[in-house]
Design a protein around this ligand. Structure first.
Ligand SMILES: Cc1ncc(COP(=O)(O)O)c(C=O)c1O
Length: 449
């Protein structure tokens, strides 16, 4: 940490602790006043706010992770067996679900859920465009049509007030995504699903431990799906899970993910297949890593949430920075990503890309996040594909195109800024670095435009 940095922080402390009266009188701005101390932006050759790296990701250690993985390796049993079963039991307990089925990844958890719940050709699925591509892929891959429901820019989630207008006699399911690890409005989503007799399949692939009114995300609909890919808050490289309370449905998921063998049969059975199936079984070493990672999850989730709250309290005071909101029903957010909106006008027209570059130069990793995937070429190409033209009338395909218009999402994709979850695993001083760096850019906006 450099001298410049300490001086600036000392200045900030003095400004916030001792100058409340001056702030109230309007003598200094409510967000503090860095103008004399901020120094030249790092992107213009000045000293960066931060040179120290943030906590690395993923985290592992010799005692837990290495031992568990090595014991699987040494056992010679690497395909799905007792370690996966142990992970499923513990993850179901952690989520407060009756059952858990581990899968190869989150995409296959979603595909399996859609298949078993009977979503297929002819059906429409209501889904947000502000998500990772896999959420949309699995709907198309099931033979169904994704119907986009615009985003609530304040929360970054599917806008529940825009759901009902998209429902037709072909609507079969809602696929809410707790995107960035922040819960979607499950009260409204479930009430609409109940009223119209729709399935709810939660994409909780970024929302391990997030809660809606004290209940874990992923347990609020018919089935909930998770991802354990390398970057995720609960990682094992590649992995996924389905959680659910209905034994018959979970048995079918198990059977489908194991070539259609009946649930409870040996993995080696070569006859008696009861349904069409695929193979998306988790391997033993994936489960071993997850068992080790799970030991850290509660403490890490708590730390991310605490740091997120503190960071929000700091950056909400900076003009042009609009922190995300959480719905009233959120009792815990998982913060796979920490999002805020950037208002270019307040930064004298400094484009978001330049703001991001300046923030990175100050030592703060950040991203612009998703672009509108509903506008990517794959969408139209899929609708025009041979299979979809065979499965659907022109009228149905055109309707899907017409619904694929989400102005709020388009706007959000232009103004979002993401911070990665590992940044939230540091200390409160690390959060100060982030807020100070944003403030420094704000103070120097005239030099950057
Ligand atoms: C929202 C969302 N849905 C689905 C997936 C798919 O999970 P996986 O990459 O494990 O297949 C991801 C993964 O990034 C995701 O973020």
């Amino acid at each position: 940490m450099n001298a410049n940095h300490i001086t600036r922080r000392q200045f900030m402390a003095a400004a916030s602790a001792g100058s409340l009266a001056a702030v109230a009188a309007g003598a200094i701005p409510a967000y503090g006043n860095l103008s004399k101390k901020a120094g030249k932006p790092a992107i213009l050759g000045g000293q960066a706010v931060r040179t120290k790296p943030f906590p690395r990701w993923p985290i592992w250690d010799r005692n837990h992770d290495e031992e568990l993985v090595l014991s699987v390796l040494r056992s010679g049993v690497w395909s799905r067996a007792k370690v996966v079963a142990e992970f499923e039991k513990k993850y179901a307990e952690l989520m407060g679900a009756k059952r858990c089925l581990a899968t190869t990844n989150g995409t296959h958890a979603l595909l399996t859920s859609l298949h078993v719940l009977g979503v297929g050709i002819g059906d429409e699925v209501l889904v947000p465009p502000y998500t990772f591509i896999a959420t949309i892929d699995v709907i198309f891959l099931s033979g169904a049509l994704p119907i986009m429901v615009d985003t609530d820019r304040e929360t970054f989630q599917i806008n529940p007030d825009k759901l009902e207008e998209k429902i037709t006699e072909n609507t079969k399911a809602i696929l809410p995504v707790h995107i960035l690890g922040l819960p979607a409005n499950m009260d409204k989503i479930n009430a609409i699903a109940k009223k119209h007799n729709l399935l709810v399949i939660e994409d909780a692939c970024q929302a391990w431990m997030a809660e809606w009114r004290g209940k874990k995300c992923g347990t609020l609909g018919d089935l909930g799906c998770f991802s354990f890919q390398n970057s995720k808050n609960l990682p094992c490289g590649e992995g996924g899970a389905i959680v659910g309370d209905d034994d018959a449905i979970m048995d079918q998921c198990h059977s489908y993910h194991n070539f259609g063998r009946p649930h409870g049969e040996s993995m080696l059975t070569l006859s008696g297949y009861v349904r069409l199936g695929t193979k998306c079984r988790m391997a033993e070493y994936q489960a071993a890593i997850l068992l080790a990672q799970m030991k850290r999850l509660e403490e890490q989730t708590k730390r991310r949430a605490q740091n997120a709250e503190y960071l929000t309290s700091r950056i909400k005071q900076i003009p042009g920075i609009i922190p995300h909101k959480l719905y009233e029903g959120v009792t815990r957010a998982a913060y796979h990503l920490y999002p805020f909106r950037y208002r270019q006008e307040d930064f004298d027209g400094l484009p978001r890309a330049k703001f991001l570059a300046a923030l990175r130069a100050e030592g703060i990793p950040c991203s612009a996040g998703y672009s509108p995937i509903n506008k990517d070429p794959f969408f139209e190409r899929t609708l025009r594909s041979k299979n979809f033209r065979k499965m659907y009338s022109k009228k149905r395909l055109n309707r899907c195109r017409e619904q694929n218009h989400c102005p709020d999402n388009d706007q959000l994709c232009k103004e979002a800024v993401w911070l990665f979850h590992n940044l939230l695993l540091g200390t409160q001083r690390d959060m100060d670095d982030i807020a100070d760096a944003i403030l420094k850019i704000y103070e120097n906006r005239d030099k950057l435009t």
